[in-house]
Design a protein around this ligand. Structure first.
Ligand code: ZN
Length: 422
C-alpha cells in the first residue's frame, strides 16, 4: 500500500455545512433496491479475540522471521506457522489435494523469477447448488526481509501480519455443524506470497488457478490491516465498491449492522491497484481491498512493528470483514460488475483537477513554519479526505457555484481529521 498523499484544501468552516455532508453521505449509500436475503444471516463467525490476533502478529513480526521475504527462511517459517494453524482449525479443508500449500508453477511466474512462491489456501465448503462458487478472502504474508545493511529488518506488522492474523482468526472460527450448516458459497481463505515483489503470488494464482477463476464471485483482500487510520479514528477504508453496486450495498449494510466499526467506501483507483486484488480485478472479478490504515511514517520501514497495531481495531475490523464475507457467501445472486466504474467515484484525473485548484491551502492552516510532523499529519488527513471525496463527489466542479459548494463540503470533511492531527 502507498502512503503517498497530495494536498487538498482543509478546513475553514465547519458545522454550518454539516447538513450538506449528511445529504451527500445519505445519497451515496447505495440503491433503493430491496435488500438481499443474505442479510438474514443464519451463521456468524466467532468474535475475533484480541489476544490471539496479537499473538499471531507478534509471531510473524518476530526477529526470527526476519521480515518474511519470499524465499527466505523467515518466509518459510511464516508459511509453516499459517499451515500449522489451519491444521488445527475445524471446518476448513485444503483447496486442492491434501495440502494447504499451493506452490506456484514455474510457467505462472515471471521468466526471470527463480524463487519458489508458496501461496496457502483453506476452504470452508459451502452447501447446496452454489457450493462451487467462492468468496475469496485474502492477505499476503510475505514482507521485505532484512534491511540492506543487515543490521535490522522490516517487521511488516500492519503490512501485513495484521491481515494474516485476521484471516487465520476467521478461518479458525467458522461455525461448525452438520448437514447444511454452511453458507451457500464456499469461503476460501488465501494467504498470498511475494506480494511485495510485485503481486507475484496473486498473479501466479490468476495465471494458474487452483480452481476455475469464474467460480470466484467476490474477493476481499486485506492489506494495511490492524492499525487505526489515525490515532483517534477507528474506521477503515474499502477500496473498490465502485466496481459493483451490489457489493457497495452489502458494505453499507455491514457498516450499519456492525455499529462500532465502519469501512468507508473509496474508489478502486485510489491506491492504483497496489495489492493482491488487482490481478483479480484485471480479469473481471469483483474484488476490493480492505485497509484499516497505516500509521504515518511506518510504511515499508523497520518501524512497522506490532506495537503500532491497535488490538481493538484489528479485532473490530476482523469481525467486520467476516460479516461482509458471510453476506457475500449467502447472497442469492452474484454481485454484478460495473464496467466502467460508476460515476460517483472520481478518477485520478478528477483529483488532479481538484488538487490543482486547492494546492495552496495547507499554508493557511499550518502557518509559515510548520514542523515536518505537522506536515505529515496534514498530508495523512488530506489523504483520507481525498479518499472520502472519491466516494462522495458526484463530479468535478465546473461553475463558480459548484466550486463554492465543493469547497464548503471539503471543509467539513477535512476539518475533523486535520483538527485531530494538528
Ligand atoms: Zn507492502
Amino acid at each position: 500500500m502507498s502512503c503517498a498523499s497530495e494536498s487538498i484544501e482543509p478546513a475553514r468552516r465547519k458545522s454550518v455545512f454539516l447538513p450538506l455532508v449528511v445529504l451527500l453521505l445519505t445519497s451515496a449509500c447505495g440503491s433503493d433496491e430491496a435488500s438481499n436475503p443474505g442479510g438474514d444471516q443464519p451463521f456468524a463467525f466467532g468474535a475475533a479475540d484480541e489476544a490471539s490476533l496479537m499473538t499471531t502478529v507478534r509471531s510473524l513480526t518476530a526477529r526470527g522471521m526476519n521480515g518474511r521475504r519470499t524465499g527466505t527462511d523467515g518466509a518459510q517459517q511464516a508459511a509453516t506457522l499459517i499451515v500449522a494453524a489451519l491444521g488445527n482449525c475445524p471446518g476448513v479443508e485444503p483447496v486442492t489435494g491434501q495440502s494447504f500449500r499451493i506452490e506456484a508453477s514455474s510457467d505462472s511466474l515471471p521468466a526471470a523469477w527463480s524463487t519458489p512462491v508458496v501461496n496457502i489456501a483453506a476452504r470452508w465448503p459451502g452447501s447446496g447448488e452454489l457450493a462451487d462458487e467462492v468468496i475469496l478472502v485474502s492477505a499476503h504474508y510475505d514482507h521485505l526481509g532484512p534491511t540492506a545493511d543487515g543490521t535490522s529488518y522490516y517487521p511488516g506488522a500492519v503490512d501485513n501480519a495484521g491481515g494474516v492474523a485476521a484471516l487465520l482468526s476467521l478461518a479458525c472460527s467458522v461455525p461448525t455443524g452438520s448437514g447444511g450448516d454452511a453458507p451457500r458459497r464456499s469461503i476460501v481463505f488465501t494467504f498470498f506470497d511475494a506480494e511485495e515483489a510485485g503481486l507475484i503470488g496473486s498473479k501466479a494464482w490468476v495465471g494458474d488457478p487452483p480452481f476455475p477463476l469464474d467460480a470466484i464471485s467476490t474477493q476481499l483482500n486485506l492489506d494495511g490491516y490492524g492499525a487505526p487510520l489515525f490515532e483517534h479514528m477507528g474506521d477503515g477504508l474499502v477500496f473498490g465498491p465502485d466496481l459493483s453496486a451490489d457489493l457497495a450495498e452489502e458494505i453499507s449494510s455491514v457498516n450499519e449492522s456492525h455499529g462500532a466499526y465502519r469501512m468507508m467506501p473509496v474508489g478502486h483507483e485510489v491506491l492504483e491497484g497496489r495489492s493482491d486484488q488487482a490481478p483479480f480485478q484485471q480479469v473481471g472479478i469483483v474484488a476490493v481491498h480492505l485497509a484499516t490504515g497505516i500509521p504515518p511514517g511506518v510504511y515499508h520501514t523497520p518501524a512497522d512493528t506490532a506495537d503500532g497495531l491497535d488490538p481493538a481495531v484489528l479485532s473490530a475490523a476482523t469481525d467486520w470483514t467476516g460479516m461482509l464475507a458471510l453476506r457475500m457467501a449467502l447472497r442469492v445472486t452474484r454481485p454484478a460488475l460495473i464496467d466502467p466504474p460508476r460515476a460517483p467515484y472520481a478518477t485520478v484525473e478528477t483529483y488532479d483537477a481538484i488538487i490543482g485548484n486547492l494546492e495552496n491551502y495547507p499554508e493557511d492552516l499550518l502557518g509559515p513554519t510548520p514542523t515536518p510532523e505537522d506536515q505529515e499529519a496534514l498530508a495523512s488527513a488530506l489523504f483520507v479526505a481525498r479518499a472520502i471525496l472519491d466516494s462522495w463527489l458526484d463530479k468535478v466542479p465546473e461553475t463558480d457555484e459548484e466550486w463554492e459548494s465543493f469547497t464548503e463540503t471539503m471543509a467539513v470533511v477535512a476539518a475533523p481529521f486535520a483538527a485531530l492531527l494538528l
